[in-house]
Design a protein around this ligand. Structure first.
Ligand SMILES: NC(=O)c1ccc[n+]([C@@H]2O[C@H](COP(=O)([O-])OP(=O)(O)OC[C@H]3O[C@@H](n4cnc5c(N)ncnc54)[C@H](O)[C@@H]3O)[C@@H](O)[C@H]2O)c1
Length: 277
């Protein structure tokens, strides 16, 4: 059901790769809710993924940009403002990548060049987007910027590797920049800490299926889906959340407040039954 929550609003969506991407679901919901959007991704992801077809089908501009490249970001922001005929109201940062995860380097054997890339792509790029936007005065007052995070920023998660450090940094950038952008321009900046979700980035993590199953058993409401995450993003882009800023907002079915659940305990006990067999 659509509520027209974003009628008249204009936004940029980073990170839609294919129909599993959280950003893809956000883009779909933005359109349903009456927003105008610009999509962006790296040239490689545009070639490898399906976003070009999505953009064509919905008559949306797709502007290639590497989120770590300030020149690309300035071009993206200027072109978006030219397309909209004015400033932007919201931005989704849905960007992450770790070569240490991809190449299966464990956390006590990190490649430091890869680590720099992880931090640049998955966290510092968020600062770059915000800094470029502020310098260009690209976002309207009461605009909203959201980045996607994960609970590994607070709790150690097996195999999440250097992405945990990137997410901790991402959340810190939301607070530090949120103070300045809020004080000077009334712009709000938040991170959503999402349940593990079956996407291309997610499934790169070793044992991801088990992590999804465990989180689901631990969460009283079950894991939050990508579609549900999109709903939360829309809410944060809308005028209904104008005084929420500098927050890391859990969207995880209750997982982050749990210690042990009946469903997880039940499954854990089953392993002992099997051992007896
Ligand atoms: N899937 C999960 O379990 C989960 C859980 C919590 C948070 N998140 C976060 O959600 C966000 C989106 O990930 P997803 O799960 O939808 O996976 P995804 O693979 O669909 O999206 C990741 C996107 O990052 C883009 N990207 C990578 N390097 C880039 C760069 N240099 N410049 C611009 N874009 C770049 C990719 O092209 C891709 O579109 C990420 O920040 C991820 O960490 C995912």
């Amino acid at each position: 059901m659509a509520y027209n929550l974003l009628k008249g609003k204009k936004g940029i969506i980073f990170g839609a790769l294919n129909e599993m991407s959280i950003a893809w679901k956000v883009a779909e919901k933005c359109l349903e809710e009456g927003a105008q959007i610009v999509l962006t991704n790296t040239p490689l992801s545009i070639r490898m993924g399906k976003v070009e077809a999505f953009a064509e089908k919905n008559h949306i501009p797709l502007i290639p940009a590497d989120a770590t490249n300030v020149e690309d970001l300035n071009h993206l922001l200027k072109e978006s403002m030219r397309h909209f005929g004015g400033k932007i109201d919201f931005i989704l940062h849905s960007v992450a990548m770790s070569l240490n995860v991809r190449k299966k380097r464990s956390y006590d054997d990190l490649d430091y060049d890869f680590l720099q890339k992880t931090l640049d792509i998955s966290a510092i790029s968020f600062h770059k987007v915000l800094q470029c936007a502020k310098k260009l005065d690209a976002i309207n007052e009461w605009g909203s910027v959201v980045a996607l995070s994960y609970v590994a920023a607070q709790r150690t998660m097996y195999e999440y590797n250097d992405m945990a450090d990137a997410k901790a940094m991402l959340e810190s950038i939301a607070r530090s920049f949120g103070y300045i952008y809020g004080r000077e321009k009334k712009i709000r900046i938040n991170t959503i800490s999402q349940s593990p979700t079956m996407t291309t980035a997610g499934s790169g993590i070793k044992g991801f299926d088990s992590l999804v199953d465990f989180a689901d058993r631990m969460s009283p409401l079950g894991n939050a889906t990508a579609e549900e995450c999109a709903g939360y993003c829309i809410c944060l882009f809308s005028d209904l959340t104008r005084k929420i800023t500098m927050q890391n907002l859990y969207h995880d079915g209750g997982f982050s407040s749990m210690g042990m659940s009946y469903r997880a305990m039940h499954q854990y006990n089953k392993s002992f039954d099997t051992e007896k067999d």
